[in-house]
Write a protein that binds this ligand. Structure first.
Ligand code: GDP
Length: 197
């Protein structure tokens, strides 16, 4: 699945401009700077595939990537930068909710959390949003190369406990590093489960 082509095929800035329903979709969400672009690039083995669309100030859009004609990876705009106006945050929430709620081909959301830092209110808000949209989400820790094993174990336990409070949370947490490749195969295997034959 991950050996072949992975190409950008659609960017949508408005909820009424989504690509037609087709392949199963796996979407990636996370705070700005969580390492989402790096992770998508590590998964697909391509540099600069997921463009820096998540930078503050850049146009926020949902970016769709075609992976081997079998699954679409959906890069959701990063959330949580402090400078954003309230209206921007509300627009983000509205658009994400509309996508999450209405997309019948959306199989799972991969929610990225930075292993090095405390969970933020915005992360918890997004878990609530996912829960309300009734979309199964799976938590993936990023930048694990920068955390000592003991601290990582503590982090996993903390995040697991939080996940347990959400009916929509898939219980297994995956630890990754785009830098070292740690956990990337594990995440690929998880995504491959949703790919069309
Ligand atoms: P995005 O805003 O979520 O798309 O985040 P990026 O992928 O652009 O990464 C944000 C920053 O974190 C960059 O400086 C990356 O080099 C760094 N980064 C991303 N993944 C890792 C990782 O696995 N390990 C380490 N040490 N740094 C990472």
């Amino acid at each position: 699945l991950f050996a072949g082509e992975c190409e950008f095929f659609f960017g949508s800035q408005k909820i009424d401009q989504l690509p037609p329903i087709g392949r199963p979709e796996v979407a990636f969400a996370g705070r700005s700077n969580v390492g989402k672009s790096s992770l998508i690039n590590a998964l697909t083995g391509r540099r600069a595939l997921a463009r820096a669309s998540s930078e503050p100030g850049r146009t926020k859009q949902l970016n769709f990537f075609n992976l081997a004609d079998r699954v679409s990876l959906v890069d959701m705009p990063g959330y949580g930068f402090a400078k954003a106006a309230k209206s921007v945050k509300e627009d983000w929430q509205d658009m994400m909710f509309a996508y999450l709620r209405g997309r019948t081909t959306l199989e799972r959301v991969i929610l990225l959390l930075d292993a090095r830092i405390e969970l933020k209110e915005s992360d918890k808000d997004v878990m609530e949003l996912l829960n309300r949209a009734a979309v199964v989400f799976q938590i993936v820790l990023t930048k694990c190369d920068q955390v000592r094993p003991k601290a990582l174990a503590t982090k996993i336990a903390e995040v697991e406990a939080l996940a347990l409070k959400h009916a929509a949370a898939y219980p297994r947490i995956i630890s990754t590093s785009s830098e070292t490749g740690f956990g990337i195969e594990d995440l690929r295997a998880e995504i491959a489960r949703f790919a069309a034959p």
